[in-house]
Design a binder for this molecule. Structure first.
Ligand code: SIN
Ligand code: FE2
Length: 214
């Protein structure tokens, strides 16, 4: 028989493409476990604002967990196994992170997703993520799984060219976006965060992005 599980995915599915969906509130049942895990990761590898290869400081504050972490500096974008700030390996990916990402990917039609990298981004009011493709991963066969927590934001989901018109989708606390397959390399971004208050995150939005990078 079924084992007892407090986690019950809720909410609707919004289709953004053949291989791209928003799973509304999919992470909601796990939020109580996600927050202490985020705090523990950030205690080991503190948030920092990375610099782009062009020399601009990113508006989001970031860290990573898992075998690999995404970094940006004057030399470019890449994945590393060691946090350049602490010079220690990135903190291990918490089990609750990995299991949520695997479950969300399967729900979206990508069974067997085992992420080796999780980028944690914190958005304060005004912070944004300009349109980009996720293409620093070795193999594009695995999907991207992106978990939204705290304040709502407007997600931009474009096409395969930077200039393609982008759909605007509001992402709320607990929503999970999954894109892979034919949609894996679509441009995407986040509009500047509007000031508001959230009972769990105050004036912030937190995003967890899971990838198979190595
Ligand atoms: C990203 O594409 O790296 C972040 C997306 C998000 O914050 O929802
Ligand atoms: Fe991205």
């Amino acid at each position: 028989m079924d084992s007892f599980d407090l986690f019950e995915p809720t909410g609707a599915t919004l289709r953004l493409g053949n291989d791209a969906v928003v799973l509304r509130e999919f992470a909601l049942g796990r939020v109580g476990e996600l927050f202490p895990a985020i705090v523990a990761v950030e205690a080991a590898s503190p948030l920092r604002r990375m610099v782009t290869p062009g020399g601009l400081t990113m508006s989001v504050a970031s860290t990573n967990c898992g075998m690999l972490g995404w970094v940006s500096d004057q030399r470019g974008y890449r994945y590393t196994s060691v946090d350049p700030e602490t010079r220690k390996p990135w903190p291990a990916m918490p089990d609750v992170f990995a299991s949520l990402a695997t479950l969300a990917a399967a729900e979206a039609g990508f069974p067997g997703f085992e992420p080796d990298a999780c980028l944690i981004n914190h958005y304060a009011p005004g912070a944004r993520m300009s349109l980009h493709q996720d293409k620093n991963e070795r193999d594009f066969g695995a999907p991207i799984v992106s978990v939204s927590l705290g304040l709502s934001a407007t997600f931009l989901f474009g096409g395969h060219e930077r200039t393609d018109r982008a759909a605007r989708v509001s992402l709320h606390h607990g929503d999970v976006v999954v894109w892979g397959g034919a949609d894996r390399l679509r441009y995407h971004g986040i509009m500047p965060l509007k000031s508001a208050q959230h009972p769990l995150t105050g004036t912030e939005r937190i995003n967890l992005t899971f990838r198979m990078a190595g």
